[in-house]
Design a protein around this ligand. Structure first.
Ligand code: RM4
Ligand code: MN
Length: 388
């Protein structure tokens, strides 16, 4: 059995980053259901994120998305975050919501559009300089819908050129994280569809170019923990965008669809000693709460990551290794399943009490009155949403 004190210490040190966009209204392409009390400004999104940290104690940073979180003064935004008890984390670029990007952004056949996209990525690094952020996260919607629409190889050349250009703009300690996604919005080819493509570009770009694994961005049945193990082995796992999928890029709460998969991923992370906040892997949520209230949904998501991590930490490594070396298939699998089937909720409740938190973060949030307060206060203005 693992030493419980060290399991608890590891869990206390764990850090999970929240996405600002999870607090705004979202929906599907059919309908966005607005919720009362939703933030109208980037500052209000940060206030809501700070509530998640207040009740979980492990979510002290908020990723921003530019231009959704565009403000006049980013140092002010960073100060607002600090006053609320959090900080600005990863800066996400958005080169997918402008009419100019119909045929792509950095891989667009038109050099004018490519320059425009690169200029936006540079602007995101300016934001990082002002907020003290470490990571620039790139997700490209680029691709094609029809065979022959564009030259697959040339698109890769254009992408590589843009990455190299932006990479030279990074300051010391700043990193570029390249996300991949199987398909959507492009349906025939996607320019960065998988971890192999992302890793190939990162290796060519430089040591601070790293791959992001968004758990929702794979084909059904993909063994994500294998990808995680490979990227960690290559020292190129920059971070996760955690969420759950049943079908495609569903962006549901992490651990909701397949908590066992999350446990298996966390096992690989722990196996590589990559859990610690200084380990270089960013643990981010990338979710949308279309029908459920957003703040408690983020709290629940953070708790789901904690539970999967706690279970993975409880795997008896000695028993596992011994069974593996003895070729004892059932004992090795048993070591994993014993840990997975442990109810870690009492352990996490105890840990929260030890750090002065309520053992039940969702209930504590409900009792706090914050939800009522924002509904009463946030009257008028335009609720934050994709595109605003
Ligand atoms: C993309 C990708 C990015 C996220 C956007 C909103 O599918 O997952 O990480 O920034 O959606
Ligand atoms: Mn993502």
């Amino acid at each position: 059995m693992r030493d419980l004190a060290s399991v608890k210490a590891t869990l206390k040190a764990q850090r999970i980053e929240l996405p600002s966009w999870a607090f705004g209204n979202t929906g599907t392409r059919f309908k966005v259901f607005g919720q009362p009390g939703v933030p109208r400004t980037p500052l209000e999104k940060i206030d809501d994120a700070a509530q998640v940290h207040r009740f979980t104690g492990v979510a002290p940073s908020v990723a921003v998305h530019i231009p959704w979180d565009k403000v006049g003064d980013y140092a002010d935004l960073a100060k607002h975050a600090a006053d609320a008890g959090v900080r600005i984390g990863t800066v996400n670029a958005n080169v997918f919501q402008d009419d100019d990007y119909r045929l792509g952004s950095v891989a667009n056949p038109d050099p004018r559009v490519r320059s425009k996209a690169v200029a936006h990525l540079m602007e995101c690094v300016d934001v990082m300089d002002a907020t003290g952020s470490r990571d620039l996260k790139l997700w490209f919607a680029d691709g094609t819908n029809y065979p022959g629409q564009d030259d697959i190889r040339l698109r890769q050349d254009r992408l590589a050129e843009a990455l190299a250009e932006v990479y030279t703009r990074l300051g010391s300690g700043q990193r570029m994280l390249l996300e991949y996604k199987l398909f959507e919005p492009s349906f025939y080819t996607t320019d960065v569809p998988d971890w192999g493509t992302s890793l190939t570009h990162c290796l060519a770009t430089g040591p601070n170019a790293l791959v992001v694994v968004d758990t929702g961005h794979h084909a059904p049945g993909t063994n994500i923990e294998f990808i995680v193990a490979m990227l960690l082995r290559a020292n190129r796992l920059g971070g996760f965008d955690f969420n759950s999928r049943f079908y495609a890029d569903d962006d549901l709460m992490v651990g909701a669809a397949d908590p066992f998969q999350l446990f298996r991923i966390m096992h690989e992370v722990i196996r590589a000693d990559a859990l610690k906040p200084t380990g270089g892997t960013a643990f981010m949520l990338d979710q949308c709460h279309n029908i459920e209230p957003k703040i408690p949904a983020q709290i629940r998501s953070v708790m789901n990551v904690q539970e999967a991590t706690a279970k993975a930490l409880l795997i008896d490594a000695d028993v596992l290794v011994e069974a593996q070396q003895a070729g004892d298939v059932l004992a090795a699998n048993g070591a994993m399943m014993d840990a997975y089937n442990t109810d870690v909720r009492p352990l996490l409740a105890e840990l929260r009490e030890e750090t002065g938190l309520d053992p039940d973060p969702v209930a504590a949030y409900r009792r706090s009155g914050y939800a009522k307060k924002i509904v009463a206060e946030r009257v008028g203005g335009t609720p934050a949403s994709w595109g605003t």
